[in-house]
Design a protein around this ligand. Structure first.
Ligand code: MLT
Ligand code: MN
Ligand code: ZN
Length: 298
């Protein structure tokens, strides 16, 4: 199974259009320190000829155009992308499906909860359906929701929040993680772009996996508050910070048999700077801060 990071940044990307934090300034200057990054998405493929998108970011057009294996067909229209899985209904993970409206027929896999958000509060699906038929496939938690030749994918229910644009309180299925299992290699990859907490059950799954793509949104709880001048707290946004005594870095650093790769990294996160003390801590603990396009095979 091939797993490619299409975009490693959280919402806003790097640089974010209106942000003048040191990372965004560096990425905008192009000084070679902080790399520009597109918003959060993966592509996976069992054999390299058919692909699944995991999350559809606002940068989807650029991400798809950049990657040759999506464009191998001889017909007048077509792509090797078979379907899109959404792990939540956040704007940075879901709004990209609008830019696939030329599909004619689009297969979308989400939980019922995400489907409700996208149908009502966001109105994304009715808008998309005016252009392209949407073939819905439900993601449930009772066993793998997708079985392909040589692989299967299961959903992990994660504690999380509904998107800010809804008026709902949180419910099961707002936020999921994915467990991707390759039968030929016997290896497992986890995709966890929004970790609100690290309960024992999730730690156990991480221990059993070979590669874990982990929520790297914020280094500290007050990081976004200090840039925006608001009171926003990382944990209340559903993102366990990387740093600090109870952050994911310290809590998962003993999991040495798992390849640990941070994704969904916000532009304010100091670990994006290659010379920062935070990056040094991450790398010394054996975690990776990937660039867009990093490809992992399990
Ligand atoms: C998140 O990852 O928590 C969301 O994308 C934040 C948001 O844009 O509301
Ligand atoms: Mn996000
Ligand atoms: Zn910034």
């Amino acid at each position: 199974m091939i797993i490619r990071i299409l975009g490693s940044a959280a919402g806003g990307g790097v640089p974010q259009w209106n942000c003048n934090c040191p990372n965004c300034r560096s990425a905008r200057r192009g000084d070679g320190a902080v790399r520009p990054r597109t918003q959060s998405s993966l592509a996976i493929s069992p054999g390299g000829d058919q692909w699944l998108l995991i999350n559809a970011s606002p940068d989807i057009r650029e991400q798809i155009n950049r990657f040759g294996p999506f464009h191998t067909g001889e017909d007048s229209r077509g792509t090797t992308i078979q379907s899109v899985i959404l792990t939540d209904a956040e704007i940075d993970h879901a709004s990209g499906v609008l830019f696939l409206r030329e599909a004619g027929q689009l297969t979308l896999r989400t939980t019922q909860t995400v489907r409700d958000h996208l149908n009502s509060a966001f109105n994304l699906i009715p808008t998309l359906e005016a252009f392209s038929a949407v073939n819905w496939k439900d993601i449930s938690f009772d066993g793998p929701f997708l079985r392909g030749v040589g692989f299967e994918i299961s959903a992990i229910s994660l504690p999380g929040n509904p998107p800010t644009y809804t008026s709902r309180s949180s419910s099961d299925g707002d936020t999921i993680g994915l467990e991707i299992r390759d039968f030929e290699s016997g290896r497992i990859a986890l995709y966890l772009p929004a970790i609100g907490d690290l309960p024992r059950s999730l730690q156990d799954r991480i221990t059993r996996s070979n590669v874990a793509f982990l929520d790297g949104t914020f280094w500290s709880r007050d990081e976004i508050a200090s840039v925006t001048g608001t009171e926003v707290d990382a944990m209340e946004m559903g993102h366990l910070p990387v740093g600090g005594p109870s952050g994911s870095l310290s809590r998962l650093s003993t999991f040495t048999d798992v390849r640990k790769i941070y994704v969904h990294i916000n532009n304010t996160n100091p670990m994006l700077h290659p010379e920062s003390d935070e990056r040094r801590q991450v790398e010394e603990a054996g975690f990776e801060v990937p660039r867009d396009g990093l490809t992992v095979t399990i």
